[in-house]
Write a new protein. Structure first.
Length: 487
């Protein structure tokens, strides 16, 4: 099957349908939308035997990884269904009228969240299911009550087309309004949709360059719209001297396994490992990296981009090459570089650039002050990791404070790769990790990106949304006159 770019006429029909669907989809009760999400999840699971082979062919990823991605994608659809049925995501607040309030009487005020409208999702390349057509952006936007138009990633067009058909058919059969979901193809279709006034928000996972270009379009529209971009991250790891002494070999294995996982094509790949001077782990690191077999990358464009950035880093005088990962017919082998915190701090910008792929840098620091100074040199990141021991507890707060201001997720004695889909997960961070650090693209609070607050004042009961009526027909948890009340 050859997938062609969406024509302007086709795009107009898709956006018109999404605009027509917005009102009816928003009007569905939360439990009714939950039913749609579960139908989509069931259809995705049922289609896995057909979809996974297409994904393997287009992405070079192994079957087990892709099968797990399907389960992750259907699982998050069901998790958002649970969120809808629980109801607190609407943030319903009721303040009763108070004629005796000072300094002025207070009217009856009732507040809730409502859907933004049609959402444009730019699919990612590195997770053909979990961050693509059926990914977290799609799941959270549909849960919010927003029609979704996915701009497919060119790295897996046939998979995107077929997955879109599976989801569209499932949603239609479950009673979703026509136009609730669609997939379009081509760069021109994506940029045109982002400028269209019928689109009310955008979501993106990809490169800094691409994300900033789309952010510029979204914010310079006649009606600027929210644009939630995940752009890039270095995910530094800081290891104390006590941790090296206690479990240096274990840390080496964990680090190498993490930065080479998926051929280094995870947005949470640890790009720099900070070790104390005299750590004695260089030989183990080199041996471990050389022991990782070459593996295919997602596509030629990403492989070439990695090679270009790796070669640029190797050409910096501040870095030395411990292992140069050769490219073979089997794929790309990992590269390990090294420098010192002193060299990094002398000119951080050329070093602190994301290299998407199996390349990472070991940085030696002299003491705790130098490690702290190095942490302060970073801009925004998705994650930051600390490996330490109980004996370090008194000295760690300054480092953790610095990292908290620069990362959306702090990992202690673990590794950043692997992002759990859960209620507490935050997958975001200060710029340039994301364009909106107060939001997440993974986890149940991702739904908040596609909702906006509306307050009703002195509105008759018959004209209020069900969520705001006194009798609470939806049985929602609500805050009434400052007191949180269960459903």
């Amino acid at each position: 099957m050859t997938v062609t770019d969406t024509t302007p006429e086709e795009l107009d029909r898709v956006l018109a349908a999404a605009a027509r669907a917005a009102g009816p989809l928003a009007a569905l009760r939360p439990a009714e939308r939950a039913r749609l999400l579960r139908a989509a999840a069931d259809a995705l699971d049922a289609a896995a035997p057909e979809l996974v082979p297409i994904a393997m062919e287009e992405s070079s990823l192994p079957e087990a990884r892709l099968t797990g991605e399907v389960a992750r994608s259907s699982g998050q659809l069901r998790l958002f269904a649970d969120v809808l049925e629980e109801g607190s995501y609407l943030e319903v607040i009721l303040d009763s009228a108070d004629p005796n309030a000072k300094p002025v009487p207070r009217p009856d005020l009732r507040r809730m969240l409502v859907p933004l409208g049609p959402v444009l999702v730019f699919a990612a390349s590195n997770f053909p299911f979990a961050f693509s057509v059926p990914g977290g952006d799609t799941a959270s936007a549909l849960a919010a009550g927003c029609p979704v138009v996915v701009k497919a990633h060119p790295g897996h067009p046939r998979l995107s087309q077929r997955t879109g058909e599976v989801l569209t058919e499932a949603l239609r059969a479950a009673g979703a309004p026509e136009g609730t979901f669609a997939v379009v193809h081509g760069m021109e279709a994506g940029t045109s949709a982002l400028t269209d006034p019928r689109v009310k928000a955008g979501a993106f996972t990809g490169s800094v360059k691409g994300g900033l270009a789309l952010l510029d379009i979204a914010t310079k529209r006649a009606e600027p719209i929210p644009f939630y971009g995940e752009l890039g991250s270095l995910n530094p790891v800081f290891v104390t001297r006590a941790a090296v002494s206690a479990r240096g070999a274990e840390i080496v294995d964990g680090y190498v396994g993490s930065f080479t996982l998926g051929t280094g094509q995870f947005c949470t790949k640890p790009g720099l490992l900070f070790l104390p001077e005299g750590h004695g782990l260089e030989e183990k690191l080199v041996e471990a990296v050389r022991g990782v077999a070459p593996a295919a990358m997602l596509n030629d464009r990403i492989r070439e981009g990695h090679a270009h950035e790796r070669d640029r880093l190797e050409g910096l005088g501040a870095l030395r090459t411990l292992v140069h990962g050769a490219e073979t017919d089997a794929g790309v082998a990992p590269t390990l570089l090294a420098t010192t915190a002193k060299e990094l701090l002398a000119d951080p910008e050329p070093i602190l650039q994301e290299c998407f792929g199996p390349t990472s840098i070991v940085v030696e620091y002299a003491d705790a002050d130098e490690m702290l100074a190095a942490a302060e040199a970073f801009s925004g990141n998705l994650t930051a990791t600390v490996h330490a021991e109980d004996s370090d507890a008194a000295s760690l707060p300054p480092l953790l404070d610095v990292l908290r201001d620069r990362a959306g997720r702090l990992i202690y004695n673990g590794w950043p790769t692997g992002v759990a889909v859960s209620h507490a997960m935050h997958h975001g961070g200060p710029f340039p990790a994301t364009t909106a650090s107060i939001h997440t693209s993974v986890g149940t609070t991702a739904i908040r990106r596609f909702l906006r607050p509306v307050c009703y004042q002195n509105t008759p009961q018959a004209l209020l949304p069900e969520a705001l009526r006194d009798d609470n027909p939806l049985r929602l948890p609500r805050r009434v006159d400052g007191v949180l009340q269960p459903a």
